[in-house]
Structures are given as structure tokens and as C-alpha cells.
Design a binder for this molecule. Structure first.
Ligand code: ADP
Length: 583
């Protein structure tokens, strides 16, 4: 995922996310503005009372002014509470909407996206980046509107009292705005880098934690995990760089906003002494210089918070911009057997072509084994069938229909895949098997588990099928996990099966059980099996040998051995290795 920013997303995209919630947002902002205006009413009443005291006119009595001020203070909090409640409910609805859209979109992208991107990074976008939107919709939008509308309204009123004094109050705003623009421009690249590194850091930490068993086994220290150490140190440096750039302008902004009196007092004094400003107005402007700019401070923080949100928005947009997997409208019956065809297939990850123009027929209910050295392209060729990625050239067809013309759900209904990295939910063993078939019965789950040679193991656990597995439950061995996945696939009973043979859990007991489980699974299926141990596929209908992305040869074990090609030498080496292990 390219998270380095090309910061195109902005306020418009953010507001687009608000979608149908804009009306509520507008009403909430209205209450915020009313609350902001109420802030100034008590000061207005003070002014009116000063005018009374100085005998310069002014409406009402001091008592009336006091009551109006109190009512305004109460209303200010009431309006604020209504606005805050509305913006928060609205913001969390928007968060829910954005997360749902993200999930919906992720459901439509090629499955390969998830193998190419760390779950840590996706999780960060879904959780942290989306969570930051709350800040924008619940706080920033109302604050910004208030920070603009209220000072403008008050300024208009102040202009009616004295033009020069009002103009001098504008000066701090002009200065802070200029400082902010400079801050935004100078901090853009360092801040983008900072947030990008923050995302990378959380992904790397997750990898580091996952890799701890290996590190301990080989007695490695954190120092030896270079990427981890480098990322933490780059993040630290980026933090320093950003802090150095942001601190001076932030300090300048705070000082200017807090020093309204500094601007008002000298000019007011001069105008008073020259007789162009009444004492009452002078006192009023002195008070207003302190409070007038306070509502503006929200704008001062805007730049910083917005840059934080906007890099998250870029990442959200990047996910939403990933092209959805094309979805056809043809369907195939999952209850019938199907043939599979690779037709002049080439495939490239980005620019690097890893499969070069090969064709292959897999007849109905046949077992085809993919063999070859590591990196030859076996997994990639197998993963093209469930559309982890789409072919770069050529086509993969089921019963003659290009898989891209099939409804995505229908393709999945027709297919099971069991890969080495078995996917498990942190849930009960029952649910982990039952997810293979919607609405299955307990009995069906048990029958599948028995066929997959995992039932006895499950029953040996104190809670049987209700045993929770995963981070908070029972840990399963690699072989047990794969047998649970086989049970799931048996339950699903899809006519096409993609199976990646396990290499990492090869003890005799497990291997025998997995072989037995497979016999049940492979019955009446068109199967692609990525085979690592050749003796397991001697009986396959056809064995396809891959080397450097080319399909070198294809045939039965007997024919290939007899022809003396690549497979024959692989078989010889394999047998010699097995003999060595046995002796
Ligand atoms: P095999 O299953 O035979 O070991 P693979 O299909 O896994 O081979 O890999 C074929 C080639 O594609 C290798 O060069 C590998 O480095 C590359 N490759 C595999 N997965 C990816 C990926 N997600 N992104 C880029 N290259 C990949």
C-alpha cells in the first residue's frame, strides 16, 4: 500500500464522507454559533451598564442588564450541550458509515491485497485513522464555523462603536493567520512523513511481536531486527523535526492571541487623549480585546489537527480507490462438478512477470499436483483461481466460462481453499468449522470433523466443540489447524478445491491423519494441490512441474519418471533424501 502522501484528499472528501448527515451537522453548527454569540452578550451588558454609569445613555437598567447576562450565560451552555450532543452522535454515525464502507469495499478487492498488506496497517487505518474523523466532525467543523462567524458578527458590532479600534483588533488575526499559513506550508512534508512513519511503526511493531518466537529461538536481540529499530529511530527523528518546525510558530500564535490588550491599549489611549474615543468605549474595547480573540484560538489549532487528520484521510481514500474486483453476472451450480482451464495465462506482480504464458486443462474431478522449486510460481498459479489476483494475460475458465464473468460470490461458492497459513477465528472450534457452510447442523459439523480426523482430538478437550481457540483460548498445532480447515472444506463440499500441502508439520502421525482427511476431501472434486513431498502425489491424475514461472512438463508420475525430464530428476533427488532421512 502506498501510504506516502499525495495529499489530494481534503475537506471536500471529508464532507463527502458525511453524506446524508450534513443536515444534522448544519443544525448542530447553528447551535454552536448561537452558543458562541451568547458568550459576548454578558460583555455587551457590561458595556451598556458602563454607559449607564457614565451617563452616556444605554438602554435598560443595571438589573435588567444583569438578568440578560445571566440568561445568556445559561443559554450559552444549553446551546453548547445541544450542539455537542448532536455533533457527537452525528460524528460516530459517520465513523460507523465510513468503517462500513471500508469493510464493504475491502470485501470487493482481490484477496491478494490482504496477503500483500500487513494486517497491522489495515487495522490502523480502520481504527485510528477513522477514529480521528470524530475530532473533525464532532469538534473541528463546529469550532471553525464558530471561530469565523462569531468574531465577524462581534466585529461588525464593534465597527459601529469605533472603526479604528475595531481595525486594531483585526491586526492580531492577520498576524496569526499569516503565521499559520507559513506553519502549514513549512510543516507539510515533515508532518506527512511523521504520520506515514506512525502508520509504518504500528505495522512493524505488530510484525515484531509476531516474530518474537523466532527471534527467541535464534537468540536474536531487538537490534538484529533492523527494520524495527530503523523505523522507531526514524519516527523519533521525524518527531523531533516536526516539533522543531512547529514549536516557534505555535508559540508566536499563542502569544499574539493572548496579547490583544497590547494592541488596543496604546491606540485607545491616544484616541481618548485626542478626544476621538469616549472613556466608556475605551474600557469596553479593553475588555473585548481579551475575550474577542479567545474564540479565534480554535482556528489557530486547526492547521495542526487538520494535517493530522488529512494524512489519515489520504490512507482511507487510498483503500477506497483500490479498484474493486470486477464482478460478472454468470453463475455455476456449486452442487455440480466443474472442469478448470488455464488458457495462455501470464501474471505479473506489479511489473515483475512471475508466470509466463502457460495453458493447462484440469478435467472434472481430477487431481492435479503443482510441483517445483520454491519461487517457481506454484502458489501464484493456484491463487489465481480464487482470484487472489487477476491474470495479466489469458484467462482462467471454469466449464469454459472466464472466472471474471462469474459473480464473485458464486465463484467462492464453487471453491474451497486450504492454505498453509490456516485462517482461524478467535472463536469456538464449532464455529471455525461451521463457517464452511451457512446454516449447517451440529451433526454435519461432527461428520465433517470425523472425516477430517479431528473429531477425536476435539472430543478430548474439556469443552469439546465449544473450546475457544486463538489468542485467548487453546492453541492448536499446525497439523490440527490444517485438519480444522480441511473439516471446514469438507463441510463446504465445493466442487473445486485448492490445497496447499503442509510442509511444516510433518510428523508421521499428523501426516497419516492429513492423508486420511484428504481422501474424504478430494472425493469428486477438481483439485489443484501444491505438493512439497512428492510421495503424497504419486497417484495424482497429472503432475505439473513449474520452474521460474514456466510450466515445464505435465503428466502422470509414471510417464514423467519414464521421460527422464525435470520431474524425474526431482523424484530421484527426493527419493535419495528420503532414504538418507530413513537411514
Ligand atoms: P512457489 O509457490 O512456487 O514457491 P510463488 O508463487 O510463491 O512460488 O512465487 C513466485 C514468484 O512470485 C517468486 O519470485 C516470488 O518472490 C514472487 N511473489 C510471490 N508473492 C508475491 C507478492 N505478493 N508480491 C510480489 N511478488 C511475489
Amino acid at each position: 500500500m502506498k501510504t506516502k502522501n499525495n495529499n489530494k484528499a481534503g475537506v471536500r472528501y471529508l464532507l463527502g464522507l458525511a453524506n446524508s448527515k450534513k443536515l444534522i451537522l448544519a443544525v448542530a453548527i447553528g447551535f454552536s454559533v448561537l452558543s458562541g454569540l451568547c458568550t459576548f452578550v454578558p460583555f455587551l451588558m457590561i458595556f451598556r451598564t458602563i454607559l449607564l454609569l457614565f451617563g452616556e445613555g444605554g438602554a435598560g437598567s443595571a438589573m435588567q442588564n444583569g438578568i440578560i447576562a445571566i440568561v445568556a450565560i445559561v443559554l450559552r451552555f444549553v446551546f453548547q450541550a445541544i450542539s455537542a450532543a448532536m455533533t457527537h452522535v452525528n460524528a460516530y454515525n459517520i465513523l460507523y458509515h465510513v468503517r462500513r464502507e471500508l469493510c464493504r469495499h475491502l470485501g470487493k478487492v482481490n484477496l491478494g491485497f490482504f496477503t500483500g498488506n500487513s494486517t497491522g496497517e489495515i487495522k490502523k487505518i480502520m481504527m485510528e485513522d477513522v477514529e480521528r474523523l470524530e475530532m473533525f466532525f464532532a469538534h473541528q467543523i463546529p469550532d471553525i464555523v464558530v471561530a469565523i462567524v462569531v468574531p465577524v458578527a462581534v466585529l461588525v458590532y464593534l465597527f459601529t462603536i469605533n472603526v479604528w479600534m475595531s481595525l486594531i483588533l483585526l491586526l492580531p488575526i492577520v498576524l496569526t493567520t499569516l503565521t499559520q499559513v507559513i506553519m502549514l506550508v513549512t510543516s507539510k512534508n515533515p508532518m506527512d512523513e511523521f504520520y506515514w512513519l506512525a502508520g509504518k511503526q504500528s505495522a512493524v511493531i505488530l510484525q515484531y511481536i509476531n516474530g518474537m518466537p523466532v527471534m527467541k529461538t535464534y537468540n536474536l536481540t531487538a537490534d538484529s531486527y533492523r527494520e524495527y529499530a530503523d523505523t522507531i529511530s526514524s519516527y523519533n527523528n521525524a518527531w523531533w523535526r516536526a516539533a522543531k518546525i512547529l514549536s516557534p510558530p505555535s508559540a508566536i500564535i499563542t502569544v499574539i492571541i493572548e496579547s490583544g490588550l497590547f494592541f488596543v491599549l496604546p491606540l485607545g489611549g491616544y484616541l481618548y487623549l485626542t478626544g476621538s474615543l469616549a472613556l466608556s468605549s475605551y474600557i469596553f474595547f479593553a475588555i473585548m480585546s481579551i475575550v474577542f480573540l479567545s474564540s479565534y484560538i480554535n482556528l489557530a489549532n486547526f492547521a495542526q489537527i487538520f494535517s493530522q487528520i488529512s494524512s489519515g484521510i489520504v490512507r482511507i481514500k487510498e483503500i477506497m480507490d483500490i479498484p474493486a474486483m470486477g464482478n460478472g453476472n454468470k453463475t455455476l451450480l456449486p452442487t455440480e462438478s466443474h472442469s478448470l482451464t488455464y488458457e495462455n495465462v501470464s501474471f505479473a506482480y506489479d511489473q515483475q512477470e512471475v508466470l509466463h504464458n502457460f495453458s493447462l486443462d484440469l478435467p472434472i474431478d481430477s487431481l492435479t499436483a503443482f510441483v517445483g522449486p520454491s519461487g517457481a510460481g506454484k502458489s501464484t498459479a493456484a491463487q489465481l483461481v480464487p482470484r487472489f489476483w487477476d491474470v495479466s494475460k489469458g484467462a482462467i475458465r471454469i466449464d469454459g466460462i472466464d472466472i471474471r464473468e462469474l459473480e464473485a460470490d458464486n465463484l467462492m461458492d464453487n471453491m474451497s481453499f486450504v492454505f498453509q497459513e490456516a485462517f482461524m477465528l478467535n472463536d469456538t472450534l464449532y464455529e471455525n468449522i461451521a463457517m464452511g457452510k451457512h446454516g449447517c447442523t451440529r451433526q454435519e459439523v461432527e461428520v465433517a470433523a470425523k472425516s477430517a480426523q479431528i473429531h477425536d482430538f476435539i472430543m478430548s478437550l474439556p469443552k469439546g466443540y465449544d473450546t475457544v481457540i486463538g489468542s485467548e483460548g487453546v492453541k492448536l498445532s499446525g497439523g490440527e489447524r490444517q485438519r480444522v480447515c480441511i473439516a471446514r472444506a469438507i463441510l463446504k463440499d465445493a466442487p473445486i478445491l485448492i490445497f496447499d500441502e503442509a510442509t511444516s508439520f510433518t510428523d508421521i502421525e499428523n501426516e497419516r491423519k492429513i492423508q486420511l482427511a484428504l481422501e474424504s476431501l478430494l472425493e469428486s472434486k477438481t483439485t489443484v494441490m501444491i505438493a512439497h513431498r512428492l510421495h503424497t502425489i504419486v497417484g495424482a491424475d497429472q503432475i505439473c512441474v513449474f520452474q521460474s514461472g514456466n510450466l515445464m512438463e505435465c503428466g502422470t508420475h509414471h510417464d514423467l519418471v519414464a521421460s527422464g525430464g525435470a520431474y524425474a530428476s526431482m523424484w530421484q533427488t527426493y527419493c535419495e533424501a528420503m532414504r538418507e532421512v530413513a537411514s
